[in-house]
Design a protein around this ligand. Structure first.
Ligand code: HEC
Length: 127
């Protein structure tokens, strides 16, 4: 019995440490950037092209409370805005992986912490 409750406590501790919220990511990137995020800047960044073929909106649409689809493969992509998709911005490995990949595809470089915090601030403002 003692074992079981210890295991349960460990599980709660472990999942508690892993589970994050969109606000946690906003705070993390604002801290890294040393600046407050801007919803307007996030909206502009997300919908603009940056010298390449795609904007973020090419795959995620300019209304990310809706589902999108991949600009090349046409595969469906579930909504990116947390209000429409509770799984978004809850897993650091996923967030870091996809920011890296999508920023490279869209900007030919990684996104700055400020760009990431702006995008999250804008996505969080969508209802
Ligand atoms: C070529 C298509 C494409 C473009 C362009 C694109 N994305 Fe994505 N994005 C994806 C796919 C595919 C996934 C992973 C599948 C999924 O999570 O639904 C994804 C996932 C993400 C995630 C993961 C979020 C989470 O917690 O689940 C973030 C953040 C993200 N994209 C941000 C961006 C940003 C910011 C841009 C513009 C710089 C961008 N994407 C441009 C296709 C794209």
């Amino acid at each position: 019995m003692r074992h079981r409750s210890l295991l349960a406590a460990l599980l709660i501790a472990a999942t508690g440490a892993i589970a994050e919220t969109p606000r946690d990511f906003l705070t993390r990137f604002e801290k890294e950037a040393g600046a407050t995020a801007s919803i307007e800047r996030g909206a502009r960044f997300f919908t603009a092209r940056h010298g390449g073929e795609w904007s973020c909106a090419s795959c995620h649409t300019d209304k990310p409370t809706q589902a999108g689809h991949h600009a090349r493969t046409d595969k469906p992509i579930t909504a990116l805005a947390p209000a429409a998709n509770a799984e978004r911005f809850t897993d650091a490995a996923k967030v870091d992986k996809w920011f890296r990949r999508n920023c490279n595809d869209t900007l030919n470089r990684v996104c700055t912490a400020q760009e990431k915090s702006d995008v999250i601030a804008w996505l969080l403002s969508l209802k």
